[in-house]
Design a protein around this ligand. Structure first.
Ligand code: SAM
Length: 295
């Protein structure tokens, strides 16, 4: 049975494509590409001459029949986007759904995606993350989006255009507070750069440095009510004493923050004082985490 391959392609550096991805692009009967001129550069680099058709935001419904017909005729098809993994803030998921619905197999060929590439070197917690795609262009709607996720205890990830990154950072700061954050710029390219700090540090940085290139913005998740309140107790109607548990602290986040400050050259005393204040924690407890950080 014919297969639709969903093939990840480089997000900058053309070496970032797997041998399997190249073999699939060579072997399929047809490549459906977001921008055929863009994909042709990748194919030329690897001397691949497979037939290309355009599959983008504006013709994706019309193209569906062409692709289903190719599959029905027994031709395997590869779907690629301009950069990274198709269907991740790129066209593709409707096609994948339709191909599954028509009874054909869909096989992913993994590779780069800016969200994972950025997260992996951000220094922020990666055990849980919440991907928001591109935030809305208008400030009012962006603020509404950040308000929706203000309590989520997972690293937030957004894609943003260079001319909107300053406004987006300012809105994030106003809704989420001064959380740890990182911007990954031009990943895998000549001018790759990570800017790490708190949201206010990033606002200050991009207010004085013109943002250029492609950006992934990552923001630390909500910390649960952080202060360790003394355990309190009440007596219920049956006369039973009910202990109220102290609130949880996200110590993974605190440790990640301590590591970041240590890498920036802070002393333990100063870092403990800063984080204790920021997250309303006991300074001595934060310092003891500092003392136990791995080398
Ligand atoms: N499908 C792609 C993926 O898997 O990452 C995302 C496509 S989306 C239309 C393009 C956005 O991804 C850019 O505007 C930028 O926010 C982000 N992006 C793509 N390549 C990047 C790179 N090399 N460095 C930083 N961000 C990048």
């Amino acid at each position: 049975m014919a297969v639709l391959y969903v093939v990840a392609t480089p997000i900058g550096n053309l070496e970032d494509i797997s041998p399997r991805g190249l073999r699939i692009l060579q072997e399929v009967g047809l490549i459906a590409a977001e921008d055929t001129r863009h994909t042709r550069k990748l194919l030329q680099r690897y001397q691949i001459e497979t037939r290309l058709i355009a599959y983008h935001e504006h013709n994706k419904l019309a193209r569906l029949d062409t692709i289903l017909l190719a599959l029905a005729n027994g031709d395997d098809v590869a779907l690629v986007s301009d950069a990274g993994t198709p269907a991740i803030s790129d066209p593709g998921y409707e096609l994948v759904g339709a191909v599954i619905g028509a009874g054909f197999a869909v096989v992913p060929i993994p590779g780069p995606s800016a969200v994972i590439t950025g997260l992996s070197a951000s220094g922020l917690p990666t055990d849980r993350f919440y991907y928001l795609g591109f935030p809305p262009r208008r400030s009012k709607e962006r603020i509404a989006l950040f308000s929706e996720v203000v309590d989520i205890p997972a690293t937030l990830v957004v894609y943003e255009a260079p001319h909107r990154i300053c406004d987006c950072l300012a809105d994030a700061l106003s809704v989420l507070g001064d959380r740890p954050a990182a911007v990954a710029r031009e990943l895998t390219k000549l001018h790759e750069q990570f800017v790490r700090g708190t949201l206010s540090d990033l606002v200050a940085h991009f207010n004085t440095t013109e943002p250029r290139g492609e950006f992934v913005l990552m923001i630390g998740g909500a910390t649960r009510p952080a202060k360790r309140k003394p355990t309190s107790s009440t007596t219920n109607e049956l006369g039973v004493i009910v202990e109220e548990a102290p609130a949880d602290v996200d110590w993974n986040l605190i440790r990640a923050e301590l590591q970041r400050l240590r890498a920036e050259g802070w002393t333990g005393t100063k870092a403990a004082k800063q984080l204790a204040k920021q997250y309303e924690l006991d300074r001595h407890q934060v310092y003891s985490e500092w003392s136990n950080l791995p080398e």
